[in-house]
Design a protein around this ligand. Structure first.
Ligand code: SF4
Length: 337
């Protein structure tokens, strides 16, 4: 592991017991996050991106089994030494009390649903501080809340208001303030801007960028479309039916998309210029993601891929480096020699 690696997902493999049988939700994925980096995991519903996120924060459902793997989180122990823990080995209580909020924190998709409507915003933001008694007195608590509200572009007066008195974008700022109050270094953002209007999305992305620079944050974004993560991600991992099918820097992925599934996801992203949009060749993928119980033989994407051949239906491609730092799992893409 590099000295700068903050999170390392190693060979993560997870299944679920369901009434219909065992669902293999995550199939041996690997992903590293470097300190200060933003990585997005993108895929449709059923791709496994949310299960990966839940595993990292101890929110896996009780019917889940981790078949193998580690999620190694490295942090400064407060004495200048790096400490590494396997988040999968921590109890839910340890994750909740020692890690979530303090060392890693989450920003949720729907700010209205994740904020208690009966609590004032100041009390919502200070939840973590209150639980861990991170202030000497009431005045210090109020000062920390005011400072955090200002950091996310709100004003100290907002602390006395309730969530319903805010717009959607402002509520997401409250959610971000709540996540940051304990000064975590890793933020896991679950579709955190997809519910917002496009103009507000840009504002929240700018805010996240700004906070990243000022606070040295590392972000793991979970998203269902490539458009949303384009401007914030350093690297993007595309997942399909529990496997990673492409991983590259954001610039490389948009300029040199290799996997047919990523191409289809990208062709669904509208281009702002109407002329270019009209000229664009759209690559529609038919149907929905198959159930993981009935995963196609061979390449998991073969039932929807316009380029599928016999080999694709027989054997599953593995993730190979096709260009420096650009990994893809497709039989039609040559690996770098
Ligand atoms: Fe399509 Fe075959 Fe590549 Fe799978 S391996 S993505 S089916 S071309």
């Amino acid at each position: 592991m590099s000295a700068k690696t903050i999170l390392q997902i190693k060979n993560l493999d997870i299944s679920f017991r369901t009434n219909a049988g065992v669902v293999h939700a995550i199939r041996g994925i690997n992903l590293d996050l470097q300190k200060g980096e933003t990585v997005a995991i993108v895929g449709e519903s059923g791709s496994g991106k949310s299960v990966t996120m839940k595993a990292a924060v101890g929110l896996l459902d009780s019917n889940a089994t981790v078949n193998s793997g580690e999620i190694l989180y490295t942090y400064d122990d407060g004495h200048g030494q790096d400490k590494t823990v396997d988040l999968l080995k921590l109890s839910k209580k340890q994750l909740r009390t020692e890690y979530n909020g303090q060392r890693l924190a989450m920003v949720f998709q729907d700010p209205m649903a994740s904020l208690n409507p009966r609590k004032k915003v100041g009390d919502i933001i200070s939840e973590g501080m209150d639980i861990h008694h991170r202030f000497a007195n009431r005045q210090e608590r109020e000062e920390k809340i005011s400072e955090m509200l200002k950091k996310v572009g709100l004003s100290p007066e907002h602390a006395a208001r309730y969530p319903h008195q805010f717009s959607g974008g402002q509520r997401q700022r409250v959610g971000i303030a709540r996540a940051l109050i304990m000064n975590p270094k890793l933020i896991i953002a679950d579709e955190c801007i997809s519910a917002l209007d496009v103009s507000i999305q840009a504002q929240v992305i700018n805010l996240l960028h700004d906070l990243q620079e000022r606070m040295g944050l590392t972000y793991l974004f979970i998203a269902h479309d490539l458009n949303i993560v384009k401007y914030i991600s350093d690297r993007i991992a595309v997942m399909y039916l529990g496997s990673m099918v492409e991983l590259a820097t954001s610039d490389e992925l948009y300029a040199n998309t290799l996997h047919p599934y990523s191409k289809a996801l990208l062709s669904a992203v509208p281009i702002p210029d109407p002329k270019l949009e009209a000229q664009k060749k759209r690559q529609i993928i038919e149907g929905d993601v198959p159930s993981p119980i009935n995963k196609p033989k061979g390449c998991a994407f073969s039932s929807r891929c316009p380029l599928a051949c016999d080999k694709c239906r027989q054997s599953a491609p593995t993730l190979k480096e096709a260009a420096p730092g650009h990994f893809v799992a497709c039989h039609l893409v040559e690996a770098q020699s």
